[in-house]
Write a protein that binds this ligand. Structure first.
Ligand code: NDP
Ligand code: GDR
Length: 350
């Protein structure tokens, strides 16, 4: 490892954003450490290409078992690594699920931030070296919108346990910045998607269904509120903004968004249209997917990030939907081929 090589620690590295961020940091020459949870399944599909068995290989990520609910382990890992930058992306990040699991959500996505910030503060005070901290804040802080488009100064009004937990984390990050002079920044990121998006978020749920319907593996798609409107961007573009925030001399908070809003219905239209189908023939509304309190619309104003960070979008909404749909059609084709192979093996064995 070179004298000047920077070290980063990423919580949530197995998630959508964690995987893109790890790739970006490795490209920039960082030594990347990540937090992983023990699981009975593998759970590392998004980052397995970045991990090698040989832990001595400095081009690969180095993984540490731990959990945002375990402050002791966070303290130990941070003091062992003594990183230059910490990215807190770990969270129970599903809004609908947060209504079913409010305590777990608050523990991980709220108190987890307190545990990590304390570990960072402690390490920084002992070593005398600055550790720069990134907090994954969210447009869900705005919830019930009081101003459109939403910018850094728009008042918050969260509408879910997830939003409330993230609001706590957002303010705690600001409080540590002001109380301890820490280089702690929050990115208020609006929805961002990719072919690596979790399959229960609306965009990926749609593109997975389009692929499977196209090849004949699925007949129907059951949806919740398809009139909801979101400002959707590409995750690969958004992780660049996280890194840019930590390269600034002064920490601050930034809205990261496209400045364009589309409905779930429009997403359905484009995704089904991409494979020559009409979504009306396949989609059914199922109240099970409604939320106790809905966030009807979100639209961000990314002017501050554009002017002060020099952040730019590369992937448009249309390109995003097409990219996700094409990838999921290919995935469904592979699933179909695999199911035929298994059937033929079974038949031969019969
Ligand atoms: P994902 O749901 O894809 O990933 C969440 C990550 O958090 C996973 O690595 C997960 O690990 C980890 N995690 C969950 N619980 C714990 C825990 N108890 N301890 C440690 N790690 C845990 O989220 P995204 O990548 O989409 O989002 C990244 C962050 O950005 C999240 O904090 C999210 O709330 C926030 N955000 C996301 C936006 C989006 O549109 N994607 C927009 C704004 C903010 P495991 O794989 O083991 O489950
Ligand atoms: P969101 O994303 O709640 O904005 O949180 P999600 O994709 O889950 O929902 C977006 C909108 O689509 C509506 N919807 C459905 N949603 C899901 N998941 N499933 C459905 O069947 C369905 N039908 C309609 C929802 O009601 C909602 O209005 C995401 C997460 O990544 C958070 O972690 C992040 O902070 C915010 O984006 C910004």
């Amino acid at each position: 490892m070179s004298e000047t090589q920077k070290t980063a620690f990423v919580t949530g590295i197995t998630g959508q954003d964690g995987s893109y961020l790890a790739e970006l940091l490795l490209e920039k020459g960082y030594k990347v450490h990540g937090l992983i949870r023990r699981s009975s399944t593998f759970g590392m599909e998004r980052i397995s290409h970045l991990c090698k068995e040989e832990s001595e290989d400095t081009d690969q990520v180095c993984l540490h078992y731990g959990d945002l609910t375990d402050g002791l382990c966070l303290r130990r890992i941070i003091s062992e690594i003594n990183p230059d930058e910490v990215y807190n992306l770990g969270a129970q990040s599903h809004v609908r699920v947060s209504f079913d699991m409010p305590l777990e959500t608050c523990d991980v996505s709220g108190l987890g931030t307190a545990r990590l910030l304390e570990a960072v503060r402690d390490c920084q005070e002992k070593s005398g070296r600055e550790i720069r901290y990134y907090q994954a804040s969210t447009s869900e802080l705005y919830g019930k919108v009081v101003e459109t488009p939403q910018k850094e100064t728009t008042p918050f009004y969260p509408r879910s346990p997830y939003g409330c937990a993230k609001l706590f984390s957002h303010w705690l990050t600001i409080n540590y910045r002001e109380s301890y002079n820490m280089h702690a920044s929050s990115g208020i990121l609006f929805n961002h998607e990719s072919p690596r998006r979790g399959e229960t978020f609306v965009t990926r749920k749609i593109t997975r269904a389009v692929g499977r319907i196209k090849v004949g593996l699925q007949d129907k798609l059951f949806m919740g509120n398809i009139d909801a409107m979101r400002d959707w961007g590409f995750a690969g573009d958004y992780v660049k903004a996280m890194w840019m925030m930590l390269q600034k001399d002064t920490p601050d908070d930034y809205v990261i968004a496209t400045g364009e809003m589309h409905s779930v219905r429009e997403f359905l239209e484009i995704a089904f249209g991409r494979v020559g189908l009409d979504y009306n023939d396949y989609v059914e509304i199922d109240p099970r997917f409604y939320r106790p309190a809905e966030v009807e619309l979100l639209l961000g104003d990314p002017t501050k990030a554009k002017t002060q960070l020099g952040w730019e979008l590369e992937v448009s909404f249309q390109q995003l939907v097409e990219m996700m749909t094409d990838t999921d059609v290919e995935k469904a084709e592979r699933e179909l081929a695999e199911s035929k192979r298994v059937t033929s093996v079974k038949l031969k064995a019969a």
